[in-house]
Design a protein around this ligand. Structure first.
Ligand SMILES: NC(=O)c1ccc[n+]([C@@H]2O[C@H](COP(=O)([O-])OP(=O)(O)OC[C@H]3O[C@@H](n4cnc5c(N)ncnc54)[C@H](OP(=O)(O)O)[C@@H]3O)[C@@H](O)[C@H]2O)c1
Length: 383
């Protein structure tokens, strides 16, 4: 439980698309106080107002305007207990190298690992650590129970850590789809198959993102690595944790009831908000009706809300009755971007049920997820 003390936090990649959202969310937060900002060498030494290309609808918060931006090195964040990372994947961490190898290259270790080794709690948006067997991949509205893996991560680190850990959030499209899938599995038992086609906003690629000549009047039917991420991450998030005879814990990847996910990812000329068309087949026969599915989605409450996390949406999933909703421009700010919107729940002639989901890729798909994960870690006594 939060003891009322404000915890000093820093933001890595504070000038980027996700970093700016962190700054907005943390400028006035009941648990956290924004204390340090980091970005690349290009930005270091400048005030935040000079370093950033501010793209938010509200002005730069006064508390950070004149704060100096530092390089992302632990010594500049020494008063902080927590860092939120909106770093590019090529500097956040290695790909395919597990943290147990970090000491082998500690001097030049990727940035998030340097912060963890220096005993910071790191909440990451980058893809690098999502497949790590000791790193929880958490969508805060779905699987906060996976935070328990942090104890093993600390114990297996060399040397073992007292406070440090890395927790990642999911890919922004994965986040949108797993929220309704979790609600449906909770109500009706395992889902066997899921087909999902995404229409992803351009802000998902960071700023400045795709050249306007490539995306205006166009759809790009390929986003590198995205389909594999959705197909794999969904299993880690919706699966459980098993414990071997030696006490070692493992993510079970939904093994008790195998789940097949097929994703097709497209970039569309929308600024913010990923729309996804989803079809599912349940293990249970007969499957639930569209009306039962609507009721289950509407009635779903997250543990983050039950634990009174300040950023948790009161209503996790809004279910539209109108035939032409959800739409990104109208619905991306539902519950300040922390909730997801579902519509067009209907029978599928190939699988069982199909629907459309919309999630704000920079809010619940990125910064809001990290902040909620940190709130959950506070509520569970991990910070
Ligand atoms: N955008 C989304 O919707 C979204 C959703 C989920 C996850 N993500 C993930 O979140 C991360 C950030 O994405 P973004 O869209 O915010 O990217 P972005 O707009 O390109 O911002 C990248 C940030 O990283 C900093 N940076 C770059 N190189 C650095 C270095 N060598 N050392 C320190 N800092 C460095 C940049 O600082 P400078 O300004 O100084 O260059 C900037 O602050 C990525 O890993 C992305 O995959 C993004």
């Amino acid at each position: 439980m939060h003891d009322g003390r404000k915890i000093k936090v820093g933001v890595l990649g504070a000038t980027g698309t996700v970093g700016q959202r962190f700054v907005v969310l943390l400028a006035d937060h009941p648990f956290f106080v924004l204390h340090a900002l980091g970005a690349s060498q290009r930005s270091a030494g400048k005030t935040y107002a000079l370093a950033v290309t501010w793209k938010q609808t509200r002005p730069i918060p006064a508390v950070v305007r004149d704060v100096a931006v530092h390089e992302c090195s632990p010594e500049f964040f020494s008063d902080c207990e927590v860092v939120f990372s909106g770093l590019d994947a090529d500097v956040a961490g290695p790909i395919g190298v597990f943290p147990c190898l970090a000491p082998l290259f500690a001097a030049n270790a990727p940035l998030e690992e340097r912060f963890r080794s220096a005993d910071f709690a790191v909440f990451s948006n980058a893809k690098n650590h999502r497949r790590d067997p000791n790193v929880p991949l958490i969508v805060p509205l779905v699987n906060p129970r996976h935070l328990s893996m942090v104890h093993q991560q600390r114990a297996l680190h060399s040397p073992p850590l007292q406070k440090g850990f890395i927790v990642t959030n999911a890919n922004c499209s994965t986040t949108g789809v797993v929220v309704p899938l979790a609600a449906l599995e909770k109500a009706f038992g395992p889902i066997e198959s899921c087909m999902v086609t995404t229409m992803q906003a351009i802000s998902g690629a960071g700023y400045p993102g795709l050249p306007s000549m490539d995306i205006i009047d166009n759809v790009v039917p390929y986003i590198s690595g995205e389909e594999e991420k959705m197909e794999w991450e969904t299993l880690k998030i919706l699966g459980g944790i098993t414990e071997g005879d030696d006490g070692r814990k493992e993510f079970d990847m939904h093994a008790k009831q195998p789940l097949r996910v097929s994703a097709s990812c497209n970039r569309v000329p929308v600024i913010e908000g990923h729309t996804e068309c989803v079809s599912v087949r349940f293990a249970r026969r007969p499957p639930p009706s569209p009306q039962q599915v609507r009721e289950a989605l509407l009635g779903f409450t997250s543990d983050a809300w039950t634990l009174s996390c300040p950023s948790a949406p009161r209503h996790t999933i809004f279910v539209h009755e109108e035939a032409d909703r959800p739409q990104p421009r109208l619905d991306r700010d539902y519950q300040a971007g922390a909730g997801v919107s579902v519509g067009r729940v209907r029978q599928c002639r190939v699988l069982d049920i199909k629907f459309v989901v919309l999630a704000n890729n920079v809010a619940i798909g990125a910064a809001t997820s990290s902040v909620l994960n940190a709130e959950l870690a506070v509520c569970k006594g991990l910070i």
